[in-house]
Design a protein around this ligand. Structure first.
Ligand SMILES: [Zn+2]
Length: 338
């Protein structure tokens, strides 16, 4: 066993990778950001917040011309991605291949159990800030002594998914600055609720869509290979499905200034443009596995949803995924009526 690591979170092992990824993915976007830095419209650094009270994805602070990143959120995201991806790859996909095609993949229950422990910790971060147990999987190579060979391979692959997922969120925020959304957004958000007009809400929705599209275009980079698009789709799935778990209570799925979380999730996955059947199955099946967990975590609310009748005729994973989104839509409506 190696010595104890110093206190800093293991996520800091990826600190420079995050900034490098943000800068290098798309030259013309990067040049526009640099121009805005020269013009004094954006600070040449991110604000990195440690020990934040609530957990929140990166956000632009228009007045300070900067983007805030929380360490706690980065920790949540890495653990969220690792634990779900391992559950899906090691538990679900291997099982399906063994059953459907008679393959003899060995399923490593220890890897799955340790991934579950990491997931419980990630969800506990929603309520209290605690240290990452470095004996569990994490991205710091100095802690690899605690991990099995298989876990190290998973961790390396998760780093790629994680960097793309965080990249999307940061490009989205930077897009608000370089497309001059900020000034108008500050004015609208400073208004009290009763003074916000439909026009204001629509303006912000248009800005949000523009920022989403720009971020997604940077990531997809006109990629034509379907398996590659699918992998990037996994990062998109992670970036946009995680907010369902971050909001306090399903009633917060309804958003004022963004499309509702479930609607946005459906939209961004369509953007991935998967046409290959196997790739489509993989991406949407993965989405369903995560939503299954979401339903279990909120089971009381969903059980009370008597109007919901599962459609047993769905034929594809994509159909089932949309069936699940419909279920969330029904919950939203029922919560609005109470
Ligand atoms: Zn935004």
């Amino acid at each position: 066993m190696q010595e104890e690591l110093p206190r800093p979170s293991p996520i800091r092992a990826l600190e420079h990778n995050i900034t490098f990824h943000f800068e290098q993915k798309n030259k013309s976007f990067c040049n526009r950001v640099l121009e805005e830095i020269k013009n004094g419209n954006i600070e040449p650094h991110f604000n990195y917040e440690i020990g934040s009270k609530i957990i929140q994805s990166p956000f632009v602070i228009c007045k300070e011309k900067t983007i805030q990143i929380q360490e706690r959120f980065l920790e949540f995201m890495w653990a969220f991605i690792y634990s779900h991806w391992v559950k899906f790859e090691e538990g679900q996909m291997k099982y399906e291949l063994n059953i459907k095609y008679g393959e003899k993949n060995e399923i490593d229950m220890t890897v799955i159990k340790r991934a579950s422990l990491l997931r419980y910790w990630a969800f506990s971060l929603l309520n209290e800030l605690t240290d990452w147990d470095i004996q569990l999987p994490n991205p710091n190579p100095k802690a690899y002594a605690y991990m099995s060979e298989k876990e190290k391979i998973y961790a390396e692959k998760v780093n790629t998914i994680f960097l793309d997922a965080i990249g999307i969120l940061l490009w989205h925020e930077a897009s608000h600055i370089i497309n001059c959304h900020c000034e108008e957004m500050i004015k609208i958000k400073e208004k009290t609720n009763d003074k916000t007009t439909e026009q204001d809400k629509n303006f912000i929705l248009v800005c949000e869509k523009e920022a989403d599209n720009q971020a997604l275009e940077i990531l997809m980079n006109e990629e034509t290979d379907q398996p590659q698009r699918m992998l990037k789709g996994v990062s998109i799935l992670m970036a946009f499905i995680s907010p369902l778990f971050l909001v306090k209570g399903p009633e917060k799925i309804n958003q004022v200034y963004h499309p509702d979380l479930d609607v946005r999730l459906g939209n961004v996955l369509e953007f991935v443009g998967i046409t290959d059947q196997v790739c489509e199955y993989y991406l949407y099946r993965f989405g369903c596995i995560i939503l299954d967990e979401y339903f279990v975590m909120n089971s009381t609310l969903f059980q009370n949803l008597k109007i919901y009748k599962p459609n047993t005729l769905v034929e594809t994973a994509k159909d089932l995924f949309y069936e699940y989104l419909d279920r969330i839509e029904l919950l939203k409506r029922s919560l609005k009526n109470t």
